[in-house]
Design a protein around this ligand. Sequence first.
Ligand code: GLV
Length: 327
Amino acid sequence: MKDIKVFVSSILPVIGIDMLRKENFNVVTWNDKTPIPQDILIKNAKECDALICTLTAKIDAAFLNECSHLEIISQFGVGYDNIDINEATKLGIPVGNTPGVLTDATADVAFGLMIAASRKMFFMHKKIEKDEWKHFTPTSNLGIELKNKTLGIFGLGRIGNEMAKRCKGAYNMNIIYHNRNKNTEAEQLLDAKYVSFDDLLAQSDVLSVHSVSSNETKGIFNKAVFNKMKPTAIFINTSRGALHNEEDLIEALTAGRIWGAGLDVTNPEPMHKNNPLLNMENVAVLPHIGSATVEARNGMSRLAAENIIEFYKNNRVPNLVNPQKAT
Ligand code: GLV
């Protein structure tokens, strides 16, 4: 593959880069931890045949039309809302991603945020730092327990399923879900029940979001929706910040329309350091670290490289997200 040039738009775990170099691809990488500026991304992509990118690269219609010569794009990540898939499809560019390898890592973060929010952990930790921990108080700092509560999953795919397993195993939670399609495996294994979106809102003690970001789901968790949830409910989002309206979430928490929240994704990212969510008692926020384990990131690097290698060697993309591509 000597003449095939691959541009990698972020510093990635070396495993995938080594795989590509072993197959004699000519690999060029952006060597800075900050996201690549758009003009430099375009300039480099123009000189390459294939691209590996991450969620911080804006692969919109303008980019794709300037770089329509690209033969394949491989996204280091399972979500690909930074890529205009319709445009890539129209241009006949196959797009691959890296599902599966980050499922456990992301479910762990959802599960951790649920516990952290339910016991006010991040807020109480800050009390110590601020020298505000003075004594044991029997009636203060009270969280809520999770045992036998109802977990509602919005988007029961791989990650939602692992979150549900953790909640069932640890707390015997009752699992309900709302999805595009019924998940019969989860229904059998976890006794999960499919419910309407309104029933999901009305019945969930913890509502955990695991859906893709799409035109149908963007902004779906808004004021009207938070108003339909239990005042004791905890909202968890580890998928994409675009799914919730952050102003509405702040208002719902402030007004006590819902009880708490755990976010690994925010809207926008990065979250501003003065965001009121960071000082709320029942809220835990993380900076999009769902897939940030050695195991997951190595797996993502490997799968991102495999998409490229298999495309050139065997004319197939193992994790293709746009099989309907025109050419
Ligand atoms: C991370 O957020 C991913 O989509 O892989």
